[in-house]
Design a protein around this ligand. Sequence first.
Ligand SMILES: Nc1ncnc2c1ncn2[C@@H]1O[C@H](COP(=O)(O)OP(=O)(O)OP(=O)(O)O)[C@@H](O)[C@H]1O
Length: 369
Amino acid sequence: MGIIIVRPSGELAIKSSYVRRIFIRKLVKNISTQITVSKWRVDQGYIILETEGDVSRLSYVFGISYFYVAEEINFSTIQELAHAAVEKFAELVRGKKFAVRVRRTGEHEFTSMDIAREVGKLLLPFSAGVDLENPEAIVHIDVIQNRAYLYSEEHQGPNGFPVGTTGKTVVLFSGGLDSPVATWMMMKRGAKPILLNVKLGGELQKNLVIDEIKVLSKWSGGEKLKVYFVDGLKISTYLSNVNKFLRVITLKRIMYKLADFLGRKTGAYSITTGESLSQVSSQTMKNLFVSEYGINRPVFRPLIGMDKEEIVSISRKIGTYELSSKMPEYCIISSKSTVRARLSEVLDNEKDINIDYKDLLDHAEVLEV
Ligand SMILES: Nc1ncnc2c1ncn2[C@@H]1O[C@H](COP(=O)(O)OP(=O)(O)OP(=O)(O)O)[C@@H](O)[C@H]1O
């Protein structure tokens, strides 16, 4: 059993108290899917939790700025606090250059500097001296009213909003490099993704997609991730009648329409893709305009302004890079596309294709990870 102090993302602090309460409650719910929480309270913007389990899992919970495992003490004088700090930290600083870092909230007759000075003075004889610039050991003390939290290590959280607080989005999820990164970025903004894969590559593609979703689910704050696999073969047959230079754009339009339908079915108000401006011919500005023409939901493209290196670096960080690299390109997608599709021509071509989107989705294979 330990006390964990969580500082929510700075963005949560500027919300109205009503919204903040909702977000904090969801954050605690998401935290308790990772570790056991027996009690919690909010004090001066910090969430104080009594917990059991592996705290390192909190590094994956969106909505956390930083967190630490602390010892809680009640105190009335600065000397009392300093003695408790010495008892806890004498061994930590033994023979090392150290620094004391103090944060203080509440009404007190002393400042943070007063605490740091008093604690530093008592720890000095155990140590190799004070070094505020490059300490070998750091003594952290957070004072909130008449309680102090003592700890030696602070862990970074991923910031953002708790997953599930900002709505659902249908993600067009190919499983290539980009769409997993786009999914992660939307989860970071608190969205719950509903994944839609047009199965063009059979079981190999499907299994890679599932493995990628498993990796992404580490970041989902316990929210189950649902994936819809739609029959790609059926869609390919529709496309065989389309002019070959317009096939990629038409396929994209079909995917967007499927996503729009799925959004309506699942209460998701947006569509997310992994497109990045002009990365490939189907992603020129003109083609993106034509692709999403007539779609009722806003299309979010979190990667639109990123280059490949930036996307790769996020993909490595979140753990999907290795799996994405195994994903082959599928021939329809990689076939030549015009860079400036004419809307009227594309719409004209489309007239002869009669796709029953509802039926495609009703027959989709649905899994939850
Ligand atoms: N088979 C598919 N099923 C669902 N969505 C897809 C599929 N193929 C492509 N998409 C969507 O279209 C976007 C662009 O795909 P495209 O193949 O043009 O580029 P990409 O750079 O290879 O993307 P990715 O790396 O995500 O596969 C993808 O990021 C994804 O959102």
